[in-house]
Design a protein. Structure first.
Length: 218
């Protein structure tokens, strides 16, 4: 499925560039449906990474673009100086590919319109584009992130699969309650031979009276 989507994206890129234009050496193809980025050089795949494009209300534009500027250390004036390391800007409205610390959201639409990458991968892409040149790089964005609206995040799907293998969560994310294990503390056993006992356990009185309960000694 992913190979088919990549093929379609590459075809769109070729049609956009036109038959008379030389193909760019570096192609950065972003699929909003799969939330993946594929980086190719002269048709050979170099990288395939998860990304985050715009969440609901913050669209990442589709089309074919040329990088316009690059900034290794950039902060967004629009979003409270949010860090955008290794930013590669591809529209005049400020859309960029950049690193993000929100790596747990990668694979789902979560940005304000930019294309987010894990910081290390953004640095790798930045170095590649810098070496090859912005004029020899194209950014092609296709797909539709709304197709993900009813789909769980990759982490949620992985958790569901794990629980299913354990025999739980056939109809939802649920599991047996974990077994409660008592904390351990120093016993106040007056007999002097109880040693370490579970906190909260009750023991018979040494000299009559009521049962007592062990409390933590820390």
């Amino acid at each position: 499925m992913r190979a088919a989507l990549l093929a379609v994206t590459l075809c769109v890129a070729g049609a956009t560039l036109g038959a008379g234009e030389a193909r760019a050496g570096i192609l950065i193809a972003v699929d909003k449906t799969t939330q993946r980025m594929t980086v190719t050089r002269d048709g050979r795949t170099l990288y395939d990474w998860p990304v985050s494009t715009g969440m609901a209300g913050y669209n990442t534009p589709r089309g074919s673009f040329s990088p316009s500027r690059m900034a290794a250390d950039y902060r967004s004036r629009e979003w409270d100086d949010a860090p955008m390391p290794h930013a590669i800007f591809f529209t005049g409205r400020g859309h960029a590919i950049h690193g993000s610390g929100h790596t747990g959201r990668l694979g789902t639409p979560a940005s304000h319109g930019c294309v987010r990458l894990a910081p290390g991968k953004a640095a790798t892409l930045f170095a590649l584009v810098k070496a090859e040149g912005m004029g020899n790089t194209r950014v092609v964005i296709g797909g539709d992130e709304t197709a993900l609206a009813g789909r769980a995040s990759p982490r949620r799907e992985a958790r569901r699969d794990r629980l299913d293998r354990d025999g739980f969560a056939q109809d939802g994310l649920s599991a047996e309650a974990p077994v409660a294990r008592p904390r351990r503390g120093r016993s106040a056993d007056p007999w002097g031979d109880a040693g370490w006992q579970p906190v909260g356990a009750a023991y018979p009185p040494a000299y009559g009276g009521t049962y007592y309960t062990v409390v933590p000694g820390y």
